[in-house]
Design a protein around this ligand. Structure first.
Ligand code: F6R
Length: 265
């Protein structure tokens, strides 16, 4: 797991955008795994800018989002489908038929989840997955105690997550109790993972993810086992890390061949 600490969230997001745009240029049929929430907003803004100003082409790109609330249709302003259209899809040339989110209005949730897994496989698997981090260490909506081998399924949101997300609804009681989320096993099959975490609210979870033991109590700790995961942090989110100076030293002293490799990745 590579840990990079930036002065501000915008610079971490620009770095993430560089990883995304490189892939999109090198593999115009790439499969992207996308997240919602506040964290990836600057990343999506930069991808929109590159589409508008630099011709970054999403015409052949396929996307799979991590999760969706159960019970909300795609037109609901707090649905993740709505969020993604506003944040990204309506502003770039990705083909609507290549965009995938779990169907929160499904009458047969297990079948919907199984189909989602099949669609990811049929698309060739996810090349690059962006993740935000829950204050409780969740990725997707895999809350603490989720099986580290889990697949796409229904989950019950914790009170903490519902309170965190109440800002998108009128009241906390309006936040759905259930969601459909890619499983941790599903996420771990992505070929490359970029985890973004910004702000003080994430510092405890970041400490666990980077330096804690792997545990279902902090689901994102499983990323320590991923062969190509990078964690992009701002200073505040990185504040509790014991090895901060070492991560900086690693980043500042990469051998030239490794820098070239990253630049062409
Ligand atoms: C969203 C998702 C969640 C969020 C996490 C952080 O699709 O899967 O794991 O990434 O809850 O949310 P924000 O970015 O709003 O702090």
């Amino acid at each position: 797991m590579e840990v990079l600490i930036f002065d501000k969230d915008i610079n971490a997001s620009l770095y993430a955008a560089m990883i995304f745009s490189k892939l999109v240029r090198q593999k115009p049929t790439a499969v992207l795994g996308l997240a919602t929430g506040s964290t990836p907003c600057l990343l999506y803004a930069e991808l929109r800018r590159q589409y508008e100003q630099e011709g970054l082409d999403f015409n052949g790109i396929t996307s799979f989002n991590l999760d969706e609330y159960v019970g909300l249709d795609g037109e609901h302003p707090a649905s993740y489908s709505h969020f993604m259209r506003q944040a990204l899809f309506d502003h770039i040339n990705i083909k609507p038929e290549r965009v995938h989110l779990p169907d929160g209005r499904s009458n047969d949730v297990p079948a919907t989840c199984a189909d989602y897994e099949k669609s990811i496989i049929a698309a060739g698997g996810i090349d690059l997955q962006v993740l935000g981090l829950g204050g409780d260490g969740h990725i997707g909506f895999n809350e603490p105690t989720s099986s580290l081998a889990s697949r796409t399924r229904i989950k019950t949101l914790t009170r903490e997550t519902r309170e965190d997300n109440a800002r998108f609804f009128d009241t906390v009681d309006a936040v759905p109790r259930h969601c459909i989320t890619m499983g941790i096993g599903t996420i771990m099959e992505a070929r490359q993972i970029v985890l973004l975490a910004f702000g003080e609210r994430k510092a405890t979870a970041v400490k666990q993810v980077v330096e804690g033991p792997i545990s279902a109590m902090w689901p994102a700790t499983i990323l320590q086992m991923h062969p190509s995961a990078v964690v992009l942090l701002d200073e505040v989110a990185a504040a509790s890390l014991d090895q901060k100076d070492y991560y900086r030293e690693v980043a500042d002293n990469k051998p030239d061949w490794q820098r070239t490799q990253i630049a062409s990745k």
